[in-house]
Design a protein around this ligand. Structure first.
Ligand code: DON
Length: 304
């Protein structure tokens, strides 16, 4: 399979579509991006990169970082983690407060904000210097020292984190929060404010396509079984209340972020990242999703 030809075809096909969405602006700093950027990069299991469009342009990875933090925490707490956070699709917006109230403080899954806050709380409990450790981890699995936080986005996120604060208070009321709320919010908004390009994002997901073994770090990041668990969660919960649609149309485990990125894996084949800032009303990138749909439609194989 000629991946470069495939990526070029996908890029040209999706570039021509007249898809109009809205750049995320609930965090004002995120609105400050060229809405027409669009790029895609695929990384195979030998580490070869195939890219098109703005695939070298850095962008805010936002909720995609929840996969990185989940991996760090899952490795430490193993199945004990599932006492604190469930593994069911939520069918609700990513920042829903109501759902946490009627589910008594156990978030539906680790990718909605309530679940990701529990994961970050667990991270703060176990890692001495969480910000440094997150950067170190992502750099290691990317094989490049390229990930960095955007301090302006970080401050902007913190200044607009009322809903996340509310979720953290609910979690604490239900005794599912062990650290200071301000400290956890600071680390959570820090990892949401990380910036990467499509190449490095796809590289950082490559171990999930490779039974947990990272070719860039030259070590196993998760066991094969734990890798299957993370991929199952991405397939069922990676796109919030659009997860079914993504599984139906694209058919790969993946994760989106309101910065316009989507990262996904085809187990035993490749990892891929696409980016375009215009979002649909569920907060997922229109072009990035379309690009991955086109990619899996043109492939001669499928996960299923
Ligand atoms: O918690 C938030 O509001 C954001 N910093 C992360 C949101 C996000 O990316 C949701 N995703 N699609």
């Amino acid at each position: 399979m000629d991946y470069q030809e495939l990526i070029d075809e996908v890029y040209h096909e999706v570039s021509k579509l007249k898809l109009k969405g809205k750049v995320a602006d609930y965090i004002p700093q995120l609105a400050d991006i060229d809405p027409d950027l669009f790029g895609i990069a695929l990384v195979d299991l030998e580490g070869n990169v195939y890219g098109a469009g703005d695939y070298r342009k850095e962008f805010s990875i936002q909720s995609i970082s929840k996969v990185h933090t989940l991996t760090m925490v899952f490795h430490v707490f193993k199945s004990k983690l599932w006492h604190r956070v469930n593994v069911e699709p939520s069918g609700n917006p990513f920042n829903s407060v109501a759902q946490l109230e009627y589910e008594k403080g156990i978030p539906r899954n680790p990718f909605i904000n309530a679940g990701a806050l529990v994961i970050t709380d667990a991270l703060v409990s176990k890692f001495k210097d969480p910000e440094k450790d997150i950067i170190k981890f992502i750099n290691e699995i990317t094989g490049h020292k390229s990930v960095k936080v955007n301090p302006i986005v970080h401050t902007s996120e913190l200044d607009h984190s009322d809903r996340n604060m509310a979720l953290a208070h609910f979690l604490r009321a239900h005794k599912n929060f062990n650290n200071g709320i301000d400290r956890v919010l600071d680390v959570y908004t820090y990892h949401c404010s990380l910036e990467m390009n499509c190449i490095d994002l796809a590289r950082s997901f490559n171990f999930l396509a490779n039974d947990g073994h990272c070719i860039f770090a030259d070590r196993s990041i998760l066991t094969k079984r734990h890798t299957q668990r993370v991929n199952a969660l991405m397939l069922t919960c990676g796109f919030y209340d659009e997860s079914g649609e993504f599984a139906f149309r694209v058919g790969m485990p993946g994760k989106s972020g309101v910065g316009g990125g989507v990262a996904a894996v085809m187990p035993n084949k490749f990892s891929v990242a696409a980016f375009s800032p215009q979002l649909n009303d569920k907060g997922n990138s229109l072009k990035a999703m379309k690009a991955l749909e086109s990619l899996t439609t043109k492939l001669k194989f499928s996960l299923f």
